[in-house]
Design a protein around this ligand. Structure first.
Ligand SMILES: [Zn+2]
Length: 405
């Protein structure tokens, strides 16, 4: 029943299943029946977006999450956009939107006053009056799995991607240690205490499997269990935890201290970094193409009015770095990652000169073209998930740099 309150899809099943609705009514469950007629709330979309692009992964300087509105309000009409502009506000009010999902945050610089017709007040006051909520995922959406940078890679044909700038500590290892039953609690506690076993918001994560270990203690040994000079079989636990690579020395030290064996048996495995474990992406095209061909592919794939190119159009490229928006700062990461070409929305003149010197091609389709497709895809994705709501990407929004002569 809870799912019926929270999930639009389940709601639709109820709504289109009169038999269930009538049976709920005749069973006296009118609360369920009434709820089942309501659309998802702002809070439902917040939970959904948070699961897709966790705001804890956003940059420190960012302003993300639900920035305006009441989570308890219904969200029957939802509009995505790149930026909340006066045009977008007009559309939201005319179209009776309940929730705007804007990639770029409102109130980004912080506001000390919100008055009519000035600064943020020009955007925020009309939205408040019309009861429109605003949610911004911004840098969390840039870098989550299936987010803006992944969408750029897909549209360019870039695969085998990894983060261009892995997040600090995002490289994880797995420690597997074999412990006797009597040590299990002490060793587990020591591992957790030293920084192992954290996965997302969960701590003290481990896996334990019972089994049998063998050893033969030669001269000069002093086994904790069993005797030296013969093969012993002992019951042990295989205890597994993940930990940041940077914590390996401290965790192994803590494990040895808590373990009663003279020579604990343990293994450390490197884990492949996750696709959401950092900013930007680097990957490869299926085969080499010229820089000019890739520029054409970017123009068509991102629906860009024009693509500025740094470098020789005939240069062969295959290894591609991407970072959406105004991400010229990722040029150094692209050079370090040995990219043949770096695509971002916009770049400063002197960064372009640096790229030229480093012989890294650069493609600049514009800030809008690198991010607008993602908010269109987000609207489509949310529509599939919430068929009971009306969801679209702003039709009023346009690229302010779209004109040229
Ligand atoms: Zn942007």
């Amino acid at each position: 029943m809870r799912r019926a309150q929270r999930n639009g899809q389940v709601w639709v099943e109820w709504y289109h299943n009169p038999l269930s609705a009538f049976s709920a009514f005749f069973a006296g469950d009118s609360a369920l029946l009434l709820r089942s007629r309501f659309m998802p709330s702002v809070a439902d979309f917040v939970a959904d977006l948070e699961a897709f692009a966790p705001t804890r992964t956003a940059a420190d300087w960012d302003n993300v999450g639900l920035l305006l509105g009441d989570p308890a309000d219904p969200a029957e009409r939802v509009m995505t956009c790149l930026t909340v502009t006066p045009d977008v506000v007009d559309e939201a009010i005319a179209e009776r939107v309940h929730l705007i999902v804007s990639h770029h945050p409102i109130l980004f610089r912080g506001a000390k006053q919100l008055t009519a017709g000035r600064g943020d007040g020009r955007l925020v006051l009309p939205l408040v009056r019309a009861g429109v909520a605003v949610y911004s995922p911004h840098t969390a959406f840039d870098n989550c799995a299936g987010g803006v940078n992944d969408i750029l890679c897909r549209r360019l044909g870039v695969t085998n991607t990894e983060p261009l700038r892995p997040r600090d500590g995002s490289r994880q290892v797995k420690l597997v240690v074999f412990v006797p039953d009597t040590d299990l609690v002490a060793v587990s506690d020591a591992l957790f205490e030293a920084g192992a076993g954290s996965i997302g918001k969960y701590t003290q994560c481990s896996f334990r499997l019972p089994g049998k270990g063998t050893f033969f203690g030669g001269e000069g040994t002093n086994p904790t269990v069993g005797q030296k000079g013969r093969r012993e079989e002992v019951e042990e636990w295989r205890l597994e935890v993940v930990l940041p690579e940077a914590r390996v020395a401290a965790v192994v030290r803590a494990m040895r201290k808590a373990h009663s064996y003279e020579e604990p048996a343990f293994d450390i495995y490197s884990l492949k970094p996750g696709t959401s474990g950092g900013e930007g992406r680097i990957g490869e095209l299926a085969g080499p193409v010229t820089l000019g061909e890739l520029a054409g592919r970017a123009k068509a794939g991102l629906n860009a009015a024009l693509v500025q190119v740094v470098g020789d159009l005939n240069k062969t490229v295959r290894r591609v770095a991407v970072a959406c928006g105004a991400a010229g700062e990722f040029l150094s990461d692209s050079i370090r990652a040995k990219a043949d070409v770096f695509l971002t929305g916009e770049m400063r003149f002197h960064d372009a000169l640096t790229a030229r010197t480093a012989d890294v091609g650069v493609l600049l389709p514009g800030h809008y073209a690198t991010e607008r497709p993602a908010v269109e895809e987000l609207a489509a994705q949310l529509s599939v998930k919430w068929p009971g709501a009306v969801i679209w990407a702003s039709r009023n929004e346009f690229d302010p740099l779209g004109n040229s002569v």
